[in-house]
Design a protein around this ligand. Structure first.
Ligand code: C2O
Ligand code: CU
Ligand code: CU
Length: 425
């Protein structure tokens, strides 16, 4: 299994790590023997990994060498509006734009991806996705597996034609090929010790139900960082754009064993235990407590639904398709709110995920029942099944400005299932 290359800063200027990343077409053999035309960050189908540290800002200048507009959103990032990759703030072909990421948030597995108005689904599908990992000192002090034993794994789906080219159809997508870090059911040789894997579902519209052939996964972090304590899980469920960090201890398996990570659709990748290794890493019983939730003073309802009455489906949030010139919610900075997020696509049974920019939230309940283990911790994206209502609580901290929230089934957001809030003083 390929591990996406980590990028080193081109320079460091007054404590800011500066990177340059071209957005460019490339031909990459995703299937054996067939080069596939893709859209990439720096020529890599899984873009280069950025490793950032809490308290140390990063500036990335992206240059768009594609012939379509693009832009970049740091998913899960707590960033000022001008660096959020608002859908209308695109980078025209031939142009560049710099994004400033303050990294004033705790360690977490984030990712960056395209967010250009109406183009995000296509651009991400063709390869504009990469990892952005934040680490902090307290997390480092826990002694979790690190360095080469800390491996990001991007899971997604794709549809290929007989020449190995990607097929992009919006309706209905028929993406039956699963890629793990850009390869079909790759093998990953591992040592008989603990590894941390950062699992991301970057598929445009899919849910992964992951199991390890009967063995347990130790769940240590969700979208926004560490859980209060590790949780043994037999299955991890990830909707589009969700992340889960897990530890797998291969020392429980003799050298020569193979462990397969399965989705319900079939095998995703295989771990081959090939050698002994020393291991000083640990998974402490306590990771990082979640702060108490400040009391909420505002409640809002969010409904996600398709209008299927016309020739083309139109995505709606609270009855309206996305309009970049309309502010849907005005939010007072410093306020804690409860959002009741409902999937109103009961008739056709269409699943959605809900994603909010800017802040991490916490799931309070699902249809009145306690959150699932997949809802645990700090979240920015949740799966919402048809008819389901999920209540989340969120505090809007320092940044002002206009940020979007949307369904992260990107064909849905590209068709309008998106809205925006303006954080005001
Ligand atoms: Cu992954 Cu609007 O984001
Ligand atoms: Cu986002
Ligand atoms: Cu949706």
């Amino acid at each position: 299994m390929p591990v996406p290359r980590e990028l080193s800063p081109t320079t460091t200027r007054s404590g800011v790590d500066v990177y340059r990343i071209p957005i460019q077409p490339a031909d990459i053999a995703l299937l054996a023997g067939h080069p596939t035309r893709v859209r990439t960050y720096a020529g890599q189908f899984v873009g280069p990994t950025i490793r950032a540290r809490t308290g140390r800002p990063v500036r990335i200048t992206f240059t768009n060498q594609l012939d379509v507009p693009s832009n970049v959103h740091l998913h899960g990032g707590h960033v000022p509006q001008r660096s959020d990759g608002h859908p209308m703030e695109t980078i025209a072909p031939g142009q560049s734009r710099s994004y400033d990421y303050p990294n004033n948030q705790q360690g977490a597995t984030l990712w960056y991806h395209d967010h250009a108005h109406h183009l995000e689904a296509e651009n991400v599908y063709f390869g504009l996705h990469g990892f952005y990992l934040i680490e902090d000192d307290a997390e480092r002090g826990l002694g979790l597996p690190s360095g080469r034993y800390d491996v990001p794994i991007m899971l997604r789906d794709a549809q290929f034609d007989t020449n190995g080219e990607l097929i992009y159809t919006e309706h209905p997508p028929d993406r039956t090929t699963i890629l793990a870090n850009g390869e079909v059911t790759p093998h990953f040789p591992v040592a008989a010790r603990k590894y941390r894997f950062r699992l991301l579902n970057s598929a445009n519209e899919r849910i992964f139900r992951l199991t390890l052939g009967g063995a347990d996964l130790t769940h240590i972090a969700s979208d926004g960082g560490l859980l209060p304590a590790p949780v043994r899980r037999s299955e991890i469920v990830l909707g589009s754009a969700e992340r889960a960090d897990v530890v797998i201890d291969f020392s429980e398996h003799p050298v020569g064993s193979q462990l397969v990570l399965y989705d319900v659709s079939g095998p995703v990748l295989r771990f081959d235990v090939t050698r002994e290794a020393s291991d000083t890493s640990q998974v402490p019983d306590t990771l990082r407590p979640l702060p108490a939730l400040p009391p909420a003073t505002v409640e809002r309802d969010i409904s996600m639904k398709f209008d299927l009455s016309g020739a083309n489906p139109v995505g709606l949030v609270n009855g309206q398709p996305y309009d970049p010139n309309r502010v849907d919610f005005r939010v007072k900075r410093g306020t804690t709110e409860i959002w009741r997020v409902k999937n109103d696509d009961v008739e056709f049974g269409i699943p959605h995920t809900f994603h909010m920019h800017l802040e991490q939230f916490r799931v309070l309940d699902r249809d009145g029942a306690p959150p699932t283990p997949d809802d645990a911790g700090r979240k920015d994206t949740i799966f919402v099944a048809p008819g389901e209502t999920v209540r989340v609580q969120v505090t809007f901290t320092e940044y002002l400005g206009t940020y979007v929230y949307h369904c992260h089934y990107l064909e849905h957001s590209a068709k309008g299932m998106m809205a925006q809030m303006k954080i005001v003083e």
